[in-house]
Design a protein around this ligand. Structure first.
Ligand code: AGP
Length: 615
């Protein structure tokens, strides 16, 4: 997620905007920039790196006087992290500057049209396209900045929180919001703009939070005028008195980053398929796959390499790829793969999965696979990370920064990307029917709202957590697509509550683990209606007959498991291959609540690092 900050008022803008960018550092970013207006001209400085690097660069490059300023911390989505791709971006004339948080899905087509009209582009970003679209509208329609922004945004598909400044209209900043957050701080003859209130909380506790498809003209003296982007209708501003303190705002009002990130999953999944999934047209657009489709279709097999939660996502991918695309898949722990002298050929396609893009074992395994001629495709969450740069091609998850050490939204967004790839390959191979393909696209589009639905069980899950927080050992069982989710649920509990837990294929119980079952053993069983449901129910009966405590993760409305289990947690119905995106939610919340009840350090568990960059 990018961070945006702006100021217009009577004070020097630079220190306010710079400090504001520092307040947004928690959002994670790879570059930063600032634009100031000194009454004559716009002065702009930006750099790859941290806000402190920007500060050093500003000292070298520009005068910092001026009472209007906008600043940005970039979390790259389009275009690798470098100085040119950093924000703010000028329009071709140099009269306009923009900062943007979000993704413009149709930026390529807009860019081609603008190039035909003589616009040139220095960066690879969608944001530079947007500011030149605004400039083009402003010139051709002969309208003011606010109107130009409104007309331009009605041509845009995607998500944005933007701030735009015109040096010929120095007493106003134009902002707009769709899908990304934007707050306006209301001071005395001064106004603040930011992704959240942290940059201006020390100056004012009065804030307006724009709603989606709203824009505002923020004028130095006249204040804030809000309009609907679609129809220009005026919106009465609702000024809130902020109650949260700084730390609470950084965590979005949640107690921990992990809980915030669990709740971000509907948005993160939607951002991940945004611009890729077009269910109505029956299209999946992924340039990394499109450009290398033959390699995938002609591959002898796909080898997935990853660690931890990413390995669990890879195991889900094995089931999905083989079921849909009929391509043989092997899933390897990167730490094992790199040392076991594996057989790799040019006919192999390797998919490396990593949230951080910096995991040493995964990076080493990639280099080994490349050295033996394999084509390596990366699925990472950090643009420009080592693994993203080492792989031949890739597809980013757009989960935004994941601060909590325990991976949550990275897991569901990885599965989203992998499902899109599997569906795309299956369509290309003709291994699934058109109708089945369309059905999966339509259902995938419903997943964010179904995750929202699954999250509503949170209060109930907290009660279940209270019941089992003293357990010394737990078992997690699942079958088929949900066997990897059982492994993931066990890992979540282990790493943040320090309770020993094991994930197992449900049918495997009778080959040993059932000896562990007694009245002290909670068994979390994923028993959704899809996929060998009856067999899982019989596994549950085996556990019950040995006095095991059963917590069933079931499809809404389930009664069979409800009659057998000590507790059930419901998730909405969906297609079998998409159930992992829903069944993992209660297991994430369960581990979170148990860890909180045990007073553990949820965001930074003992002995763990967010990214294991050493062996
Ligand atoms: C998961 O909750 C852990 N934080 C850990 O297993 C993690 O998934 C693993 O270290 C891999 O990290 P990566 O996805 O950044 O490569």
């Amino acid at each position: 997620m990018c961070g945006i900050v702006g100021y217009i008022g009577e004070r020097e803008a630079y220190p306010i905007v710079l400090e504001g960018l520092k307040r947004l550092e928690y959002r994670g970013y790879d570059s930063a920039g600032i634009a100031l207006y000194d009454g004559q001209d716009i002065k702009l400085s930006k750099t790859k790196g941290k806000v402190m690097d920007l500060e050093a660069r500003v000292d070298q490059e520009i005068e910092t006087n001026g009472t209007v300023g906008i600043g940005h911390t970039r979390w790259a989505t389009h275009g690798v992290p470098n100085d040119v791709n950093s924000h703010p971006h000028y329009s071709n004339s140099g009269d306009l500057v923009i900062i943007h948080n979000g993704i413009i899905e149709n930026y390529e087509s807009l860019k081609q049209e603008l190039i035909k009209r003589g616009y040139i582009f220095k960066s690879d970003t969608d944001t530079e396209v947007l500011i030149n679209l605004i400039e083009d509208v402003k010139k051709n329609e002969n309208v003011k900045l606010g109107k130009a922004v409104q007309i331009a945004l009605n041509q845009v598909i995607g998500a944005y929180a933007i701030a735009v400044f015109d040096k010929n209209k120095p007493n106003e900043i134009v902002v707009a919001k769709l899908g990304s957050p934007l707050a306006i701080g209301i001071g005395e003859n001064e106004f603040f703009i930011a992704s959240d209130a942290t940059p201006f909380l020390e100056y004012t506790k009065k804030a307006i939070y724009l709603e989606d498809e709203e824009m505002a003209i923020v004028r130095r003296k006249k204040g804030v005028k809000i309009r609907k982007i679609k129809n220009d209708s005026l919106v009465a501003p609702y000024i809130q008195e902020l109650q949260m303190n700084l730390e609470q705002i950084v965590k979005g009002g949640y107690e921990h980053f992990m809980l915030k990130e669990i709740y971000e999953q509907p948005h993160a999944i939607k951002d991940t398929y945004r611009g890729r999934l077009r269910a109505k047209q029956g299209i999946i657009k992924m340039s990394g796959i499109d450009d290398n489709i033959e390699k995938f279709l002609n591959a002898n097999r796909i080898i997935v390499i990853a660690c931890g939660t990413s390995w669990h996502a890879g195991l889900v991918a094995e089931y999905i790829f083989e079921d849909l695309a009929r391509i043989p898949v092997e899933v390897e722990y990167a730490s094992e793969f790199r040392y076991r002298n594996p057989i790799i050929t040019e006919k192999d396609v390797v998919i490396a999965i990593s949230q951080s893009g910096e995991t040493a074992d995964t990076l080493a395994a990639i280099k080994l696979a490349k050295s033996k001629g394999a084509f390596v495709f990366g699925v990472c969450n950090v643009v420009g990370s080592s693994i993203a740069r080492e792989t031949h091609a890739g597809a980013y998850t757009h989960a935004g920064p994941e601060i909590g050490v325990a991976s949550t939204k990275a897991f569901t967004t990885q599965i989203t990307v992998l499902t899109l790839i599997a569906l795309k390959l299956a369509k290309e191979k003709g291994s699934i029917s058109n109708s089945k393909f369309h059905l999966h696209l339509q259902e995938l589009e419903l997943i964010p709202s179904k995750v929202e639905q699954a999250l509503k069980s949170d209060p109930h899950i907290k009660i279940v957590a209270e019941t089992y927080k003293e357990a010394k050992n737990c078992l997690y069982l699942g079958r088929g697509f949900n066997f990897p989710v059982a492994l993931e649920g066990a890992l979540k509990l282990k790493e943040i509550s320090y309770i020993h837990a094991e994930g197992y294929p449900a049918a495997e119980m009778k080959h040993g683990p059932i000896a562990l079952i007694d009245e002290h053993m909670p068994v979390f069983v994923i028993a959704t209606k899809k996929g060998h449901y009856e067999k899982v129910v019989s596994n549950i009966q085996e556990i019950k007959s040995r006095k095991g405590k059963i917590i069933g993760i079931v499809t809404e409305g389930d009664t069979d498991v409800k009659n057998l289990a000590d507790h059930i947690i419901e998730v909405p119905e969906t297609l079998e291959i998409l159930t992992p995106l829903l069944t993992t939610i209660p297991l994430q919340l369960l581990s979170y609540h148990i860890a909180v009840l045990l007073d553990k350090n949820v965001d930074q568990p003992r002995n763990l690092a967010k990214s294991v960059t050493v062996e």
